[in-house]
Design a protein around this ligand. Structure first.
Ligand code: NAD
Ligand code: DAU
Length: 348
């Protein structure tokens, strides 16, 4: 049996990746290592909790002893590393935490993998999940490709760029088998309602104001989270060691246009008059250093590994809004912090 260590598996994207691997690969033993910060929630994985090929470990990727112990207890064949501080606004107020988790935590994992795998690299892979934000900000034209130079502009993206550089340095210096993927903005179920889409769905439902940064003209390239998880599966199994893959859906939206789609979808579901909730839009002070536009060229992934997004955006947004409607308890629990008791009830 292969042991695969997935970090950050209780978070938004990580929980989708863990579920996909546990369900699709009964011959793998999936170890989910997560510190359960405010963003980690084991309720996300309730449905797979009892599966025989799944183990949850509560722990910090920065904990040297714990990571060494994990690598000596299990013959880990692959690492899929998602654990991170992920919210740009938080990185502006607490940059040191982002360096600690995203840079030092990644380095700690790389070091353990290097030491544990040094005598036999056969079949091993350290797969690092990163972001398109490492490339910086685009003007009105062009796309980020795998050869675009790094130009990170927020403390979050600088920390992710640094972690990417360390991953490549370990490949170049020690021959560690690594792959990196850089993905655009994800949306879908189980996303913490601090990020634009879940925050705004929740606020529209509750008639709360919608804080649009600046003029709402910034552009993001949105991908359904299950499509990201599928891409991670394909890259983990078929990707070329040492390579980078961009992941995105060629699906750019100006924030204000996307917000109007959210309003329309939620108002329809609530039986409100079309556009009724547009009055909630409130233009607020812009995010410091707000990147103008991201747009990912994912043609390498399509041409070499055959991956394509499976959902049209409108369908993905409807599914997403529907999920938040049907899971109001989940939203209430994460906004009140109540979900953190779940771990104590289940595991302590
Ligand atoms: P998230 O904030 O929802 O989840 C992060 C998870 O990591 C949480 O479960 C948290 O408890 C865990 N974690 C945080 N610090 C930890 C530590 N020190 N030790 C162990 N676990 C820790 O994040 P997400 O949106 O799911 O993002 C996952 C990864 O994907 C990140 O690396 C992020 O940079 C990357 N990414 C995210 C997006 C996006 O749109 N959300 C897009 C591209 C790439
Ligand atoms: O591009 C990939 C990145 O996408 C990931 O690496 C990050 O982990 C993820 O958080 C996301 O970063 P963004 O900063 O693009 O996502 P966020 O949802 O915070 O914001 C999306 C856009 O909406 C951005 O232009 C800022 C704007 N915004 C956001 C919030 C939370 C608002 O106008 N108002 C808000 O309240």
């Amino acid at each position: 049996m292969k042991h695969i260590l997935i970090t950050g598996g209780a978070g938004f994207i990580g929980s989708h990746v863990v579920r996909l691997f546990v369900n699709n690969y009964p011959d793998y033993h999936i170890l989910n290592l997560d510190a359960l910060t405010y963003a980690g929630n084991l309720e996300n994985l309730k449905d797979i909790e009892g599966q025989p090929n799944y183990t949850f470990i509560k722990g910090d990727i920065c904990d040297e002893d714990l990571i060494k112990e994990l690598f000596s207890t299990y013959t880990i064949n692959g690492v899929i590393h998602l654990a991170a501080e992920s919210h740009v606004d938080r990185s502006i107020t607490d940059p040191l935490l982002f360096v600690k988790t995203n840079v030092y935590g990644t380095l700690n994992l790389l070091e353990a993998a290097k030491n544990s795998w040094k005598d036999n690299l056969e079949g091993k892979l350290f797969y690092h999940i990163s972001t398109d934000e490492v490339y910086g900000s685009l003007g009105d034209d062009g796309f980020f490709t795998e050869s675009t130079s790094y130009n990170p502009k927020s403390p979050y993206s600088a920390s992710k760029a640094s972690s990417d550089h360390f991953v490549r340095a370990y490949h170049n210096t020690y021959g560690l088998p690594v792959i990196i993927s850089n993905c655009s903005n994800n949306y879908g179920s189980h996303q913490f309602p601090e990020k634009l889409i879940p925050l705004f769905i929740n606020n529209i439902c509750n008639n709360k104001s919608l804080p649009v940064y600046g003029k709402g003209e910034n552009v993001r390239d949105w991908l359904f989270v299950n499509d990201h998880a599928r891409a991670i599966d394909v890259i983990f199994h078929k990707g070329t060691v040492g390579d980078t893959y961009n992941i995105g859906g060629f699906n750019e939206w100006k924030n204000i246009d996307l917000i109007k789609v959210l309003i329309k979808t939620v108002d329809k579901l609530l039986g409100r008059k079309e556009g009724a909730s547009e009055k909630l839009i409130t233009y607020v002070t812009d995010r410091a250093g707000h990147d103008y536009r991201y747009a990912i060229d994912s043609s390498k992934l399509k041409n070499e590994l055959g991956w394509e997004p499976s959902l049209q955006f409108e369908e993905g947004i409807e599914k997403t809004v529907q999920w938040y409607f049907e899971n109001k308890d989940w939203v209430n629990n994460v906004t009140s912090g109540e979900y953190q008791k779940y771990y104590q009830q289940m595991y302590e």
